[in-house]
Design a protein. Structure first.
Length: 211
């Protein structure tokens, strides 16, 4: 191609270059992460504070389930920051480590979990009424819209991500869980101040999960 023919193309490139370069130089948003390794035996509980929130693994004996555990991420008042943002809101086995909701213990403990969680108290307080309206629409101001309002708000929330991997487990013949080992990773926005004792590290931010 002749120099005369290239000249218009070069001009177009130079015109667009100031708009293209800033886009090309953008870096993906960065998050921070921390990892816990947890081992518990039947009937034992575990808890570890990650900032203002505490990660809990609580035995389910005497709670209507067979031997196993429920895990949660709670504030000082005992509000769970995982449950509200992980539908379905009823009969959801995602936080159960053991039999229940139609699963055996072995089935439950073969499943790794990626769960969203709320990252601050103000989001919890704003979101909690929408959660209650979705659970009990008959008591909601707009019963016909309660579910849609919950899902719309859920889609706009900035949340953290909890990744739970089952490392090992021991299940008795009667399906009671004797022990379990977990690896739990918390990936959070950079302004979520993880406990320094957890040795936080940089991480790419996960794509937002659909509600």
């Amino acid at each position: 191609m002749s120099e005369e023919a290239l000249s218009p193309l070069i001009g177009v490139f130079l015109l667009l270059a100031p708009k293209l370069l800033p886009y090309e130089q953008r870096t993906p948003p960065q998050c921070v992460a921390a990892t816990l390794t947890v081992s518990v035996k039947a009937g034992d509980d575990f808890r570890r504070q990650i900032n203002d929130l505490t990660f809990k693994v609580q035995a389910t004996k005497d709670k209507g389930f067979c031997w196993g555990w429920m895990f949660s991420l709670e504030d000082a008042a005992g509000h769970d920051f995982i449950y509200p943002v992980n539908p379905p809101l009823r009969f959801n086995p995602s936080q159960l480590l053991g039999c229940g909701y139609g699963q055996t213990s072995r089935e439950s403990l073969r499943i790794s979990r990626d769960l969203r969680f709320l990252v601050n108290e103000s989001d919890y307080q704003r979101f909690d009424p929408l959660l209650k309206n979705a659970l009990w629409p008959a008591d909601a101001p707009n019963p016909d819209r309660a579910a849609d309002e919950y899902l719309t708000a859920l889609g706009k929330l900035s949340t953290g991500l909890l990744r739970l991997k089952i490392l090992h487990f021991d299940v008795a013949p009667d399906d009671a869980v004797r022990s379990v080992g977990l690896k739990v990773e918390f990936i959070v926005p950079s302004d979520f101040h993880l406990d320094p004792m957890l040795k936080p590290y940089s991480s790419s931010c996960p794509a937002k999960s659909p509600p």
